[in-house]
Design a protein. Structure first.
Length: 480
């Protein structure tokens, strides 16, 4: 397969489980993915950004029964909520894939399965395993702590079935080489080490299908309608089925695969760095370039949970403070490489310090002076600004929070400049000098607005259009 053009960038989020509405943790995955996607667009690359929902699961069936709805209606409702949240968050995805979509998704999953069969990597076996309902996956004794799943604090059920298996063990060595050499890059390094030690322990073959008697939803295994595909082939294949793999029109697949970046939370890293690349190797499909595993978001130091009452609903914050305020907190106050914390108090502190009283004040002060002193530089040609090397480096190392710091340092720099030069005082005695200073401030503000684009798209646009239309911005951020 020819390598795709350097100028294209394909980025994905995981597909979200629609058994409940999304919380702030999910919003984090979507926001940082959107920041990367917008950054690559800013660089002039052709970008394709995929997100979606992971629908063929028993969890969804159970949740819909609980809600007293039929699964289809339930799914449609929740997916609408996902899309509503993403639109409020300004997530600029190109496609939202739903794995229950028989036209868009099924053909790719089926073709991938068939490719694994052709490579001799699928075999049938009687299996007795420990099944964790929370993970919707089989676990090995090694994964358990005191006989329980450490994530769900539940004792897995013993289940006996005849399933198809995928020969994952066959790819152990080659995965080790590709991950060690960064041909398949795992970020951050600590997560890479974690996967390397998993590979050093050795991978076991994995169960790849379920009996239709056990699970009522899913994609039928080609040639054996008593079995349905298990989550691996069903869900992971979304990254290529969305591009047309397995369908007549696979032009997006030809243009954008391999993915440049899969963004995932650390809880699903193993699936993406062992099973997924092994499937691709088996099918002769090029591997994705990078897998970024971000940490998890807690609230007040504890996992968000309804019982603890510390769940932060993104919609509530978005309705009150807008997309940029939420994006700002997630981007700047959480490191993608570690777990991060979010409380309403911390959110409000950050909002008041850097948005309401920071960039908002600065932009309106500068533009007020520019309007009254008629001090606007010429911006007719300025769409294609050069990105500073440091900003590019940080973004390309996925250090979203540091790249945001870089922009806010520039914002502080302008504040200091105003404090020092005091153009509003200078204007009385030396209007020419004041005009020069303010014109410089406006051009710097323009550059800042440009760099802010991936983080705060709304603010960035507002500042740019105010500068272009030579008008001032009143109360840019103060919503209340
Ligand atoms: N459906 C699977 C992914 C299959 S991808 C082929 C899944 N879905 S999920 O809805 O549970 O999670 C989706 C994403 O949200 C994952 O990246 C997960 O890590 C992330 N998060 C869920 N809770 C989170 C936090 N509390 N904090 C940060 N991210 C979290 O897994």
């Amino acid at each position: 397969m020819p390598l795709k053009s350097e100028k294209s960038f394909y980025i994905t989020t995981p597909i979200f489980y629609p058994n409940a509405n999304l919380h702030m943790g999910h919003a984090y995955t979507a926001v940082i993915s959107d920041i990367f996607s917008r950054y690559h667009k800013l660089k002039g690359e052709q970008t394709y950004f995929l997100t979606g929902s992971d629908e063929n699961t028993q969890k969804v069936v159970e949740a819909s029964l609980k809600a007293g709805k039929n699964p289809k209606d339930f799914l449609n409702e929740i997916v609408l909520n996902f899309k509503n949240l993403f639109s409020k968050l300004n997530i600029s995805y190109d496609q939202f894939i739903r794995t229950s979509d028989e036209i868009v998704h099924f053909p790719g999953a089926i073709k991938l399965w068939q490719a694994l069969v052709s490579s001799g990597d699928i075999y049938k076996k009687k299996y007795e395993g420990l099944y964790c309902v929370g993970h919707e996956s089989f676990m090995t004794e090694k994964d358990l702590v005191d006989g329980m799943c450490p994530d769900h604090k539940m004792t897995p059920e013993k289940i006996q079935e005849e399933n198809y298996f995928f020969r994952l063990s066959r790819y152990n060595q080659i995965l080790k080489e590709k991950i060690e050499s960064d041909e398949l890059k795992i970020v951050p390094n600590g997560r890479k080490n974690e996967i390397m030690s998993l590979l050093n322990d050795g991978l076991e073959d994995v169960s790849f299908s379920r009996s239709r008697k056990v699970s009522s939803v899913g994609i039928p295994v080609p040639g054996d309608s008593d079995q349905i595909m298990y989550v691996w082939c069903d869900a992971l294949s979304n990254y290529i089925s969305a591009l047309g793999y397995g369908r007549e029109d696979d032009s997006l697949f030809k243009k954008f695969w391999p993915a440049n970046l899969h963004v995932v939370g650390k809880d699903i890293l193993r699936f993406h760095t062992a099973i997924w690349p092994a499937m691709l190797l088996s099918a002769g499909i090029p591997l994705p370039q990078t897998i970024l595993a971000h940490g998890l978001i807690t609230s007040g130091g504890r996992k968000m949970s309804k019982t603890l009452g510390n769940v932060i609903d993104p919609i509530e914050l978005l309705n009150e403070y807008g997309a940029d305020a939420v994006r700002y907190y997630l981007a700047r106050h959480i490191s993608p490489f570690e777990d991060g914390d979010l409380t309403k108090e911390a959110f409000l502190d950050a909002y008041n310090a850097s948005l309401a009283n920071g960039i908002g004040n600065l932009a309106s002060r500068i533009l007020k002076m520019a309007v009254s002193y008629e001090a606007f530089p010429d911006f007719s040609q300025s769409e294609d600004n050069q990105l500073p090397e440091e900003y590019k480096r940080l973004m390309e190392e996925y250090q979203v929070n540091k790249a945001a710091d870089f922009v806010w340092e520039k914002i502080q720099g302008l504040d200091l400049f105003i404090q020092k030069e005091e153009p509003f005082k200078v204007f009385k005695g030396n209007p020419e000098k004041a005009r020069q200073d303010v014109s410089y401030l406006v051009s710097e503000l323009w550059n800042i607005a440009f760099l802010l684009g991936p983080f705060l798209p709304e603010t960035s646009e507002k500042i740019k259009s105010a500068i272009k239309d030579k008008k001032m911005i009143e109360s840019l951020f103060i919503r209340k």
